[in-house]
Design a protein around this ligand. Structure first.
Ligand code: FRU
Length: 473
């Protein structure tokens, strides 16, 4: 394994440690990406906000560190807004970040502002703007957005407080009033709740929208360790009401490595675009690394789809990531028997594959990527169980006993299983059922392990079509 190989599409820090994406905001033609960062160490420590910008979501320019620890503490996760009407008094159109100041036994919320397109940041002299009522230790990760009409709305902050999400409102980002709390009896509670995200998402590409509250939880995710759950419901500017009965748990991703997802505020068009830290607190400090550690997922378009009464979260790779990638291999109507069928691969790939399982005698169909010698990562559909499993046991460097196999429920649609898989150095992201099932996983193969195979196990099945796209150059 050659440590420190950079992925082609995925964001990594110039050096040191990275965790959550922070402060995602689109402004003046640039997607800003801030991130939890320890520039001087490969492990988590006094957090800074690293900073990068991109015009196309593919090429990222590293900028100087935006926020460094100060006398109020380290700079934990948070968000960014554009203050179009100068509610806070830092200037009309100022960029404002809202973040947690963290000290050993105290977490408070603070502001910083920029009037030069995010190139320099001034911390507000009146920090903190929000302290906990009676010192809960976990009081962090403010996610702020404007709710309502331009001149007749208010700021909303979703904040993670132990195992609840508290919602606050404010006219000016400085004075905050608690409006409601959500969480008791809902969702997974095996760990502390972190990094809330509250989004109004489009349903099936139409004009109708519905609110979704996203909550990361440090333990209890389906693959083991940390993961990202979501709640579909209603939001009236003050209170979130979950549409599902209490006890329902829904996961945004079934892989081991999708955490602290955040969407861009003010993204162009009607799109909601988000990304996440591609890691898991269970082993984040142990992944192979020498110069930098931590990766951000590919940006994804997020929406909802309706089946009967039920709304399900849908994620699709942002199309511009792979728009210019030529097709490098195609297979059509291929009978699959025992053993694998090799296709030319590469270190960075977009694979689309459709399997017909309606009249298959096989028990399993799937693909192996990162094939080289005995190494491979498999993506396997178990027909009878109706499950999709990413198995990284033999991917290459083993870094953890946690979650070698990651499984999601997946029903065939009209007898077909359609998969879209993005493989990049260090990761695999699997999208199934048109994006309503995803599995995101880190892998650390040898550089030469770049092969692809399609296979069936226990009988015959048909591959309807397989296409592989690779970046040019
Ligand atoms: C989530 C988290 C946040 C916190 C940050 C600290 O991964 O634990 O709750 O603000 O990381 O780096």
């Amino acid at each position: 394994m050659s440590i420190d190989r950079r992925p082609r599409l995925h964001f990594t820090p110039p050096a040191g440690w990275l965790n959550d994406p922070n402060g995602l905001i689109y402004h003046a033609g640039e997607y800003h990406l801030f991130y939890q960062h320890h520039p001087y160490s490969l492990v988590w420590g006094p957090m800074h906000w690293g900073h990068a910008v991109s015009r196309d979501l593919v090429h990222w320019e590293h900028l100087p560190i935006a926020l460094a620890p100060d006398e109020l503490g380290a700079i934990f996760s948070g968000s960014a807004v554009i203050d179009r009407h100068n509610t806070a008094g830092f200037g009309a159109g100022a960029l404002i970040t809202i973040f947690t100041h963290h000290q050993e036994a105290r977490q408070v919320q603070s502001l910083a502002y920029s009037s030069d397109d995010g190139r320099s940041w001034t911390k507000y002299a009146g920090n903190p703007v929000l302290a906990p009522p009676d010192a809960p230790l976990n009081f962090r990760d403010p996610r702020v957005f404007w709710y309502g009409a331009a001149h007749d709305g208010h700021w909303v902050m979703a904040l993670a407080v132990d195992q609840e999400i508290w919602l606050y409102t404010s006219p000016d980002l400085k004075r905050w009033t608690k409006a409601s709390a959500f969480g008791a009896g809902y969702g997974e509670h095996a760990g502390v709740w972190e990094c809330p995200e509250l989004l109004s998402l489009a349903i099936d590409g139409g004009p109708e929208r519905c609110w979704v509250l996203i909550v990361s939880v440090q333990h209890g995710a389906p693959a083991g360790g940390s993961g990202t759950q979501y709640f579909v419901g209603a939001f009236d500017g003050a209170t979130f009401t979950c549409a599902d009965p209490p006890g329902t748990v829904r996961w945004a991703d079934y892989g081991a490595d999708f955490y602290a997802a955040q969407a861009w505020n003010a993204a162009p068009g009607e799109r909601t675009l988000w990304l996440a830290w591609m890691n898991n607190w269970e082993y984040a400090r142990e992944t192979p690394a020498r110069k930098w550690r931590g990766m951000i997922s590919a940006p994804r378009e997020v929406s909802l789809t309706r089946t009967g009464e039920r709304l399900t979260l849908v994620q699709r790779l942002a199309p511009e990531l792979t728009a210019n990638w030529p097709i490098s291999a195609t297979l059509r109507d291929q009978a699959l028997g025992e053993g694998g069928y090799a296709v030319p691969g590469g270190p960075t790939l977009l694979i689309t594959a459709t399997f017909s399982v309606a009249s298959a005698t096989a028990q399993q169909v799937g693909l192996r990527v990162g094939v080289g010698g005995a190494a491979a990562t498999s993506v396997t559909y178990a027909i009878e169980d109706a499950t999709l499993t990413v198995d990284r046991t033999w991917a290459g460097a083993a870094f953890s006993a946690i979650a070698p196999r990651q499984t999601a429920p997946l029903a065939a649609a009209d007898g077909l299983i359609r998969l879209e898989i993005l493989v990049d150095t260090g990761s695999i992201e699997v999208f199934a059922a048109d994006g309503s099932v995803t599995l995101t996983s880190q892998i650390f193969p040898e550089p030469a392990s770049t092969g692809v195979e399609v296979f069936a196990v226990g009988g015959a099945a048909r591959l309807v079509e397989l296409k592989i796209r690779t970046p040019e150059g």
